[in-house]
Design a protein around this ligand. Structure first.
Ligand code: URA
Length: 446
């Protein structure tokens, strides 16, 4: 087969056969197809899309690009959560130990920062020494002894996603429903789970911002999960402002540590974490309803069990526990400044994509695959939508080591917030639940 012909076929909007998809992905993984041809195909898919059958074929090809993990030796229902990506989206670090504290193993294979969004692996690596590149045996051992394990795609498991994920990040091809479906479900099916909860983001900080399109993504993810025999539920959730207070790799770990330690924190972050973890308990059969699952998780978060499990996992995966026990000891950024309100009123809305891009420019993300992340870089928000603000008051404190990023960040941030005389916009944090039976109102479940 000829890669150029396959690229041209997709560019012309034709359907690719299973064999063509298989050939392309296999050849990309073994290095016969170079990055530039894979980028061209990804861009053709971005513009022309894939039909359901092509999407399923691509997902299973990604999955079969490496080994799948057999977790049958580990007892109990294995359940995971995955988000389609957002800004300040840090629920994984809280819910993994929380759900594991109920005796449910959580095998979690995550990704790095993608485009304007942060990634769990980059966040975990902000804890000095934390190893996300575990072998399959180490992954299983961690899962058995800690109750949850957090790793990245490897050369052995989902290598196609490992390569394509970082290529999409720097070629403007992230926001494609079929590519997101194949990327997420390929690695989720590979990790040996029995059930999955998906956090599908909508709004200005999501890869697919329009609600109607986000619903298509959620339905696609759920149907692939069910096709693979995994009980799958998706929640459609708002990503039109940073989730919680902190944006940036170490700052996000710090916020999670504070919530795990204190049992409370930013309302939106805690509410969403409980909704996702409660749904995980329901999927795993630990609660009869989602509502019951949420209440169980709410109570558990007030105990120190989830925090102790998180500490155990940091120690087990090689991270410096002293940073978790004393987050204030983390090295400080060279530069700090305030993002202030230019007028008085109410915070009407944020452009969350812009906020994510500012975080990248401060050093929290990548614009080239070879870029090094600066873990300290980011922002701490003091105002959220609906809050009253005075002219000159701080909306967020900003941290960076890159002096050159400061002035552009200031002007970009100033344009990312809308302040009005009264607050009118009310966005529900969780809008819908999508399962194999269709789309439901979230309020019917909680
Ligand atoms: N998360 C993933 O794992 N892949 C995507 O493509 C987007 C979000």
């Amino acid at each position: 087969m000829n890669p150029v012909e396959i690229i041209i076929k997709k560019r012309s909007g034709e359907t690719l056969s299973k064999d063509e998809i298989s050939f392309f992905i296999k050849s990309y993984v073994d290095g016969t197809i170079p990055d530039y041809q894979m980028s061209a195909l990804a861009m053709a898919i971005f513009f022309k899309g894939l039909n359901d059958e092509e999407t399923v074929n691509l997902t299973f090809e990604m999955l079969n690009s490496g080994e799948t993990i057999d977790l049958s030796e580990i007892e109990n229902f294995k359940v995971d959560k995955h988000s389609t990506g957002g800004v300040g989206d840090k629920t994984s670090m809280i819910l993994a130990p929380l759900v594991a504290s109920f005796g449910l193993p959580v095998p979690m294979m995550s990704g790095r920062g993608l485009g304007h969004t942060g990634g769990t692996l980059d966040k975990l690596e902000a804890i000095t020494g934390f190893r996300v590149n575990l072998s399959v045996d180490e992954f299983k051992k961690t899962l058995k002894e800690v109750g949850f394990a957090m790793i990245g795609q490897t050369e052995k498991i989902c290598p196609a996603d490992k390569k394509l994920y970082s290529l999409r990040d720097v070629t403007g091809t992230v926001s494609s429903i079929p590519l997101i479906c194949a990327s997420i479900m390929g690695k989720k099916i590979a990790e040996g789970i029995d059930g999955l909860v998906l956090d599908v983001k909508t709004g200005s900080g999501a890869f697919i911002p329009q609600k109607s399109e986000t619903l298509k993504l959620a339905k696609g993810l759920v149907s692939i999960g069910e096709l693979a025999g995994k009980k799958t539920i998706a929640l459609l959730t708002e990503m039109s402002q940073p989730l919680g207070k902190n944006v940036g790799n170490w700052l996000e770990i710090r916020e999670c540590v504070e919530i795990l330690r204190d049992g409370e924190g930013a309302k939106d972050l805690v509410e969403l974490t409980l909704a996702l973890s409660g749904t995980m308990l329901f999927v795993a059969g630990k609660s009869k309803t989602i509502k019951e699952g949420i209440e169980l998780c709410r109570k558990k978060l007030k105990t120190n069990e989830p925090f102790e499990l998180f500490r155990k996992s940091v120690k087990f995966q090689g991270g410096n526990l002293a940073l978790i026990d004393n987050p204030e000891s983390y090295e400080k950024s060279k530069f700090e400044f305030d993002f202030v309100a230019e007028e008085s009123g109410f915070v009407e809305s944020f452009n969350n994509y812009e906020i994510g891009m500012v975080a990248v420019s401060l050093g929290a993300g990548r614009t080239k695959t070879t870029d090094k992340i600066e873990p300290k870089a980011g922002m701490i928000f003091q105002k959220k939508t609906g809050d009253k603000v005075q002219k000159g008051e701080t909306i967020a404190r900003v941290f960076t080591d890159l002096e050159k990023s400061i002035e552009p960040a200031k002007s970009r941030l100033a344009k990312s917030v809308k302040i009005s005389k009264s607050y009118s916009q009310k966005n529900e944090l969780i809008r819908n639940l999508i399962d194999k039976n269709g789309v439901h109102e979230w309020n019917d479940f909680c």
